[in-house]
Ligand binder design. Sequence first.
Ligand code: FAD
Length: 381
Amino acid sequence: MMRDAAQFNPLDASDSRVTRPAFWGALPERWTSEVEETLVCCHVWQETHDVKSFFLRSPQGRTFSFEPGQFLTLELEIDGEAINRCYTISSSPARPHTLSITVKRVPGGKVSNWLHDNLRPGVSLRVLGPAGEFTCARHPAPKYLFLSAGSGVTPLMSMSRAHHDLAEDRDIVFVHSARTPDDIIFARELELIASSLANFRTSFVCERVGARTDWSGVTGFLSLPLLKLIAPDFMEREIFTCGPAPYMKAVRDLLDEAGFARERYHEESFSFETLTAEAEAPVEQPPADSSVETASFKITFAKSRREIQCGAQQTVLDAARQAGVRLASSCSQGMCGTCKVKLVSGQVEMKHSGGIRQREIDQGMALLCCSKPLSDLVVDK
Ligand SMILES: Cc1cc2nc3c(=O)[nH]c(=O)nc-3n(C[C@H](O)[C@H](O)[C@H](O)COP(=O)(O)OP(=O)(O)OC[C@H]3O[C@@H](n4cnc5c(N)ncnc54)[C@H](O)[C@@H]3O)c2cc1C
């Protein structure tokens, strides 16, 4: 006998219309961007006026395995232009069926605004990763201090969520800086975690009060006296910091002033401007009588028909920049994949940080920002 809709009970497992979500029962296979390059957006959540979280899942129902603090690289095409950007996974690795990225709109920014305006449930994205070494999982310690500002909260949020989900008994102080109280990302969830873990404390520092009249928290900037007030034992903690470049410099300066040991300090920059500026600084040439390897190789850019010389100790991207050859690049650290090219011939020594798939390497692709020539090269550019 057919049961009609009124009699349908979603908890009645004997009813054939009760479909079990894919994640019930045995854990499905792990997702890897080597095998399945796209993920599909399944939920969008407005965190603050200019920040959204995008929840992604594998179309095959695969689960995700990553270390809290790691990031993904989105490989997008916007207005016909291939464009890559990295976004930290903000969700907890202990909830492996979906993952989330949390994106702040950057005024004039191509990708952050595209994601805010176009990424909605059902939209697919090409994704590479996870990658990255900024994770407390690799630096176990009894006490942590998490310091973040703006969207730099995301890796530390993933670490905090993981500690919460796994009921880890670590002593964590999380100090997040924001422009105004309305700009604090994850404020409620951080307070919730703090209310359910005895050894987890949060503190918010706002530049100014903004439109809120009920802000009783700290205003101003993080300083050494303020840090001493919030976490008097900060010198005993393993410190993880993420935020805009000026914020991280201020944190480094105050920790240096306090004499904090650099070995227990870990930071991640979201801003490639600083990284790229460092990469674009004039490359120090070895002195004439140096025994440093001075071999040089010919690099041919097949499509633009340019030929340049590249020293054996130089990356191809640096040599191209010095010779005035314009190539798309972003992080200069082998992370983002923007400078990925096909090598038509020749060999390179490549030290990447997750910006390329093994399958792509096997197919003769390389990231020019972290590749030094081992022979003459012909590049499909
Ligand atoms: C490892 C890592 C993790 C990250 N995680 C996160 C995260 O969790 N959340 C997050 O929100 N962000 C994160 N980021 C930053 C993110 O990758 C993007 O850099 C950010 O979203 C801005 O990208 P966009 O394309 O919107 O801006 P872009 O288009 O790159 O522009 C950035 C700025 O440069 C200006 N600009 C662009 N082109 C020019 C030009 N030709 N001349 C002058 N100015 C110009 C723009 O106006 C804008 O102000 C992360 C970055 C890294 C490296």
